[in-house]
Design a protein around this ligand. Sequence first.
Ligand code: GLA
Length: 753
Amino acid sequence: MSIQWNEKNREFHLRNSFLSYIISLLPDGSVGLAHFGPPLSPDRSYPRLLRTESRAWSFRGDGQPDDFGLDFARREYPTPFRGDFRVPALTASDVRGAPLALDLRYAGHLVRPGKPALRELPATYVEDAAEAETLTVYLRSADCALEVDLHYTIFRDLPILARRATIRNAGSARVFLDRALSASVDFDDPDWDLVQFSGAWARERHVRRRRLGPGLQSVSSVRGHSGHEHNPAVALARPGTSEESGEVYGFALVYSGNFVAGAELSSHGETRVSIGINPENFRWSLDPGAGFETPETALSYSRSGFSALSDAYHRLFSKRLARGPWRDRERPVLLNNWEGTYFDFNEERLLGMARSAKDLGVELFVLDDGWFGERNDDTSSLGDWDSNPQKLPEGISGLARKIEAMGLKFGLWIEPEMVNPRSRLFAAHPDWAIGPMNGARTLCRNQYVLDLSRGEVVDHLYSVLSRLLRSAPVSYVKWDMNRSITEPVSSALSPERQGEFFHRYILGLYELYGRLTADFPEVLFESCSGGGGRFDPGLLAFAPQAWTSDDSDAIERLGIQWGSSFFYPASSMGAHVSASPNHQVGRAVPLGTRASVAFFGAFGYELDPDALSGADRAAIKEQISFFKEWRTVFQFGSFLRLRGPEDGDGNEVSWMSVSGDQSRAVVLFARVLARPNPPFGRLRLRGLDPERTYRVSARPSVPVPGEASARLNDGSRGGDELMSVGLLLGGDGWAGIPRGDFASWIFTLEAVT
Ligand code: GLA
């Protein structure tokens, strides 16, 4: 890893063994991008890669060379109004509303070891200054008071470059930022697919891949949270790129609020990727002397397909974004009562469930919604976080202590950011809800959102939550957020600052999460937003796992977890076995398959264990003990996608996880619908050691009779054979085919040599 400055050619070369990022100064003194991609020799310099060109209708400033046009240049932090008509990274206006034609030029730089923390926002980090190096490029303008610093951190052991900007008003008059993105990256050619992760509530983060066409294509959120609809992480891939080969670039925004991420293909075939806070509904007032920091974007590059890209993000997010003691710990097997009881429970029923769960091997009992105020349905009491004495006569602390006495840990659901109009909190503080005080506010799930841009609201929530966590042995918190923000007006902000509201909300949220996680490091936080409505890198910095989706159906989860795995590690995905037929889609899936899919995550159950048949109870006991034996590999192994919903007819999905030393691996193979007389096939495994021999054992989702069952566990194979020939599917091979729809197998591999 190195960052070199070549004074003569005015070029920075940031390099590690995975990638080079070469920044050069353009003829107008601004900062351009010569190369982002495979590592290039640090012994040369690359002025010719910084193509400068001028054509008809080209624009350049006085005294700049004839062969230079801003509209074709690869610019690192583009500003508009001077001849570059593509999407800008930064726009600003003065107090009269007049746009500023910012002419930001290189004015110096600083290279330092390590990676400085951000002031107010979560970010990736290093534990030792030798793990990374950081370059800051100072941009200044002769005719405007705005100063911009571009920060680049290159990691030694990861194909990751972290980028962000800080902007300061060095003048004597107020300036408004109308757009302040985190990164803009210009590529030289048009041959790209944009890969995004999109969906809706209960069907989040499905892979969508489209060929770039002329113009702007982007995903975004204006909901006040990152949203179920699109994820703030996208990839730009060559059209032929597959899991194992081809070029792909990743862009992940460490942020939980309104975002935009997209690509613009210009008329001359250049591609500009932009990512950052959504400029829609954003206007930040910078007083003289004040500064603004953008969220961080983690960029990555792989020349060997999506798997390597995913591996980079899994390592970054699980080890250098997530923090606290739970980062490296195996996550407890939990039972959550939500789908088992919904609002209908009392202490006796919960204790009964906990006792049964303990008997099954569960380690953590989680009490979900409905334990506080007068909440027996979703119409009231959010905001009133005192336990309901009718349901819990000895309160949360009494219940938690009884559950701990059984040898279980206790966890609790809370939705701190919300308030129901029917609550004591709203009666006392109507102005704490977002929206105009005397105007109409829009309801969603009968609730309003509290104004976390206000310090007193954050302080109030901190005191409620910290009191709760101190008053009872709570080991885990599921922090929910069940609606988007409407009427984005804060009664505490002046009219000219209302454009700051959405970002200030997220800053308040991070402050609250930051204070609580610092004061209660032993508590495991799981974030949630109606399932995966805020499943983003920003919250991973505080909560190392998130409830992946409210859809707990194993077949739907194949697509959801598959898509999520492009950027997010298995340890971050809450994944539960729920009852059959499934409550979201009505599908009846074998218990074995429900567990096989959920194993690859922060595993648990979400059903009433007292309603289980004896056979199911026995099967679950066995599942949990199997899971515990393999938990490290499921949650912390290298995750590889083998066959996905978008391959072939999508009927088969397969992925695997391999331990760091390649001695153990687990493989999922799921077949959605049964087919008569199925064709033969092979499942090639990956990530194994070709020199070693592995004992392969199969766990089918439903028992396989007789001879076929014996064949399932027929011994040992070389890593080379498993990866180049694979497991034979159907016919005479390993697979006794369980009959019926929604069958699956888990294969375990243990190195014997
Ligand atoms: C959200 C969550 C669910 C559950 C309910 C409770 O929808 O995603 O898991 O906690 O709220 O109201």
